[in-house]
Design a protein around this ligand. Sequence first.
Ligand code: HEC
Ligand code: HEC
Ligand code: HEC
Ligand code: HEC
Ligand code: HEC
Ligand code: HEC
Length: 395
Amino acid sequence: MKQLRLLHLLLWLFSALPFVFIISTASYAEDTPFRIEFVTNYKSFQFKAQEELIKKSKDIMPDEIQSLINDAMSADISQGQRMFMLDAANAMASGYNHYHGGGKKLLRKIGKLIKNELEKEKAKNAELMKWDSEERFLGNFVMKTYEKEMVEKGLAPVIYPHWVHRIWFECKVCHQDIFIMKRWRNDITHKKIEAGQQCGRCHNGELAFGTNENCDRCHLAGKPEADRLHDASRIDHKAIKAVADKVGAEWHADKLSNGRLPVDRFGFIDWLNMKRAGVFKPIHSLDGNYEPEIRDNMILFKSKSKAKNILFSHNVHSSWIKCSSCHPEVFTKSLTNNVKMVRMSKGQYCGHCHGKVSFTFADCTRCHIQEKGVMIEGALLHIGQPKKKKKKKTS
Ligand code: HEC
Ligand code: HEC
Ligand code: HEC
Ligand code: HEC
Ligand code: HEC
Ligand code: HEC
């Protein structure tokens, strides 16, 4: 009977293991020998050793537990680390209570903190999900760094629709001169906008509507008016043409079959199709004294799996995008970048744009399209990184 109770306790003590965060990944001034030993046992299921440790540490445990709680609640650690530490404190307190008695107060305290943290996490997730649907159309970004200030003025967060702008402007117009090609890196504020920077380079009442009024044309996330920005079939050709004329771009709605923008099988705009049909011709610079720089070659990525090979066109990419948007931050100027699907799905390499602003990864065959074993004339061959651990020469 006693054995069984002990087993239950031990199982419970170790039940917080799903939190894989390791205490030693962050260094705390308070990492005492007791704490290190306890957490090591805790993570490696050392039941026996844990029991010994708790038995011999009666005097120091209340202070140890309290200091672990204090560290867990300090401001500069992640939610995951905090939960791990609170769970470890919980395990310490129940061990103390079991072997020495008198740990109930600590247990209640920790229980309350854990409950609080779980509720915070739930609220945070709900908050994140809230704007997910506003980003459902590829390239629409919700901007809400200053959400508190906007709410105070009764305004909704901003939606920045990439696609609306792509009709008249190549990526080069904005990246890198006006905006770094990375979300939340630009600290966009009205002070800068009103000084003619950022959105204010165009939204000044001349090239595009100004920001002294029209608040709701940008601050519209979560409102019914935002629906228009998620639906490319509802565009107004006349208005687009008028803006194109004003900024010096071109728009030829007559070249669209049935007057609709071509979309891929996910419902996102097929820009290359539109470019080839000559429907639009965006400008590449606001002041006209930029000389477009185009690299006219192809790079073949040989697939090491069943999927077909991939042909990367420097020409297509550099006709829209400045070299400095890709080099050196996304790719070094070489053929030896370690490009892998897993990394791309985390936003690296091709995933810097594809899946965020350009067509998504779900569209496998738009990249994996070249028959294997066929060399493309004139194309460079991507080399990648040599596999590690192979000592013997393979050539
Ligand atoms: C009219 C200006 C404008 C144009 C044109 C433009 N962008 Fe952007 N881009 C932005 C803004 C604004 C942001 C967000 C910056 C921030 O949040 O600080 C952004 C962010 C990005 C990001 C970062 C995404 C992330 O998750 O970090 C990528 C990638 C991007 N743009 C790609 C492109 C591509 C590709 C094109 C051309 C097809 C393009 N942009 C055209 C304004 C523009
Ligand atoms: C390179 C110039 C340029 C920059 C930079 C720019 N815009 Fe625009 N934007 C335009 C033009 C031109 C239009 C079309 C204006 C019109 O319809 O009168 C437009 C339209 C829009 C629309 C669509 C509004 C509607 O009612 O259809 C939104 C929203 C918008 N911009 C938000 C922003 C935000 C937010 C930023 C900054 C993060 C920004 N823009 C930066 C040029 C720009
Ligand atoms: C061209 C688009 C655009 C228009 C029009 C616009 N805003 Fe904004 N506004 C932004 C962007 C972009 C941000 C920064 C969003 C973020 O990341 O927090 C912003 C942020 C704000 C903020 C918080 C940060 C700050 O800089 O003060 C307030 C308040 C605000 N806007 C008020 C207004 C009001 C009031 C109007 C109308 C008189 C207006 N905005 C019109 C794009 C716009
Ligand atoms: C969309 C992103 C992108 C843009 C824009 C871009 N590159 Fe590249 N670049 C790449 C990729 C991808 C590779 C191949 C990487 C690999 O194989 O590891 C590459 C490779 C290179 C290389 C080595 C191979 C070669 O072509 O000789 C040079 C040099 C280079 N780029 C120069 C440029 C210049 C100059 C520009 C602007 C005119 C430019 N790139 C624009 C993505 C880009
Ligand atoms: C800096 C942004 C950016 C990066 C990085 C990038 N692309 Fe693209 N890519 C684009 C844009 C913009 C287009 C035009 C189509 C669109 O926006 O949907 C495009 C189009 C393409 C196309 C269609 C071209 C055609 O001829 O049909 C392929 C294939 C492609 N990219 C593959 C890649 C591969 C592979 C990588 C990585 C080695 C990569 N891209 C990296 C922005 C990018
Ligand atoms: C934007 C272009 C692009 C899209 C879209 C894309 N891939 Fe890839 N894929 C690549 C590139 C580039 C490589 C690197 C080739 C190499 O190994 O050198 C790659 C490699 C792979 C590999 C080899 C293993 C690895 O991780 O490198 C597999 C398997 C693969 N892709 C499957 C897929 C599948 C399945 C899809 C659709 C769900 C897909 N890819 C969509 C560009 C793309």
